[in-house]
Design a binder for this molecule. Structure first.
Ligand code: SF4
Length: 302
């Protein structure tokens, strides 16, 4: 482990805290995270979209912590704190090689935002033969993403909110719509429209996800409007129906699953826009069984 992994004045994400983040322990910024990531799970994962999971699985590395604070977070067990096994760039390279040796279709970095400097150093030293997927909540700085150009092959961002007030209410991020729009534009500039291999696995490109929230159909339609105005139809959209209340919700409208009618409204609007190459989920996806077991790597709070 290296003391020089510390970040002096962190402005990696749109919050631009300017905070000191020591290599280990707690940082002073909004996220409270240190510079070295905790890894909560590094295993094959079969529940991503078909071009990501394929038949062999996606090699997911789930990082702890998050720069958003979504009250309904579906991965709250690892996103609200620094936890998992702390790794430096050597440790990350080992994990990437281990997943690669298991025959995964890609290496899938989940919630990498607070850790881009260490991830960049690892990928500059070892770039796997399989694509590297950047799987993020979409709350990114375009400038930070530029530092990852050439190292990420597939961007898999959420676009959660088209409405600033909704982003502020649920995630303490009023600037989310603008920040995510700029970030996704930069992602598309870097990797372009999807390129698939002979088995339909994405080798390069952009796939945008959106989780439909209960009582928020208008927000979802606004997200689809932005996507359709700014991205070619070859960029698939994944509309997720898997929302389930976790018990941390403050706003009462979030205390239930989405209804089939709400989901149908959003799916039908996507089809009306002529975006028919995306992904939908069956209602049974709304189940906590789809939350992975976070104890795959020995949990060690820092
Ligand atoms: S990564 Fe954390 S410390 Fe850095 S700007 Fe974002 S919230 Fe602040």
């Amino acid at each position: 482990m290296t003391a020089d992994a510390a970040i002096g004045a962190c402005r990696l994400c749109p919050r631009r805290c300017g905070a000191f983040r020591p290599a280990r322990g707690s940082g002073d910024g909004f996220c409270g995270l240190p510079a070295l990531p905790g890894v909560c799970r590094a295993e094959k994962h079969f529940w991503e979209e078909p071009p990501i999971s394929g038949t062999n699985g996606s090699g997911t590395i789930f990082f702890s912590g998050c720069v958003l604070r979504c009250e309904y977070c579906q991965n709250g067990a690892i996103s609200r704190k620094s936890c998992g096994t702390v790794v430096d760039e050597n440790g990350l390279i080992e994990l990437i090689k281990k997943l690669e040796s298991q025959g995964v279709h890609n290496v899938n970095l989940v919630s990498p935002t607070p850790y881009y400097p260490i991830i960049r150093r690892a990928l500059e030293r070892y770039k796997p033969a399989v694509p590297v997927v950047c799987n993020t909540g979409g709350y990114e700085r375009a400038e930070t993403l530029k530092s990852m150009e050439g190292l990420i092959d597939v961007y898999l961002p959420d676009y959660k909110y088209s409405q600033s007030e909704t982003a502020k209410k649920y995630s303490e991020a009023a600037d989310y719509p603008q920040a995510a729009a700029e970030a996704i534009t930069e992602m598309f500039r870097q990797v372009g429209a999807p390129v698939y291999d002979e088995n339909g696995i994405m080798r390069k490109g952009l796939l945008v996800r959106h989780l439909v929230l209960p009582g928020n159909v208008e927000n979802s339609l606004g997200v689809l409007d932005w996507i359709d105005d700014h991205l070619p139809k070859s960029v698939p959209v994944s509309l997720m129906a898997q929302y389930f209340p976790t018990g941390h919700e403050i706003h009462p409208e979030l205390s239930r699953r989405i209804t089939p009618e709400e989901y149908d409204q959003v799916v039908n609007y996507m089809l009306l826009l002529g975006r028919d190459n995306g992904f939908c989920q069956e209602p049974e996806a709304a189940d906590s069984r789809y939350v992975p077991d976070w104890n795959m790597m020995k949990e060690k709070s820092e």
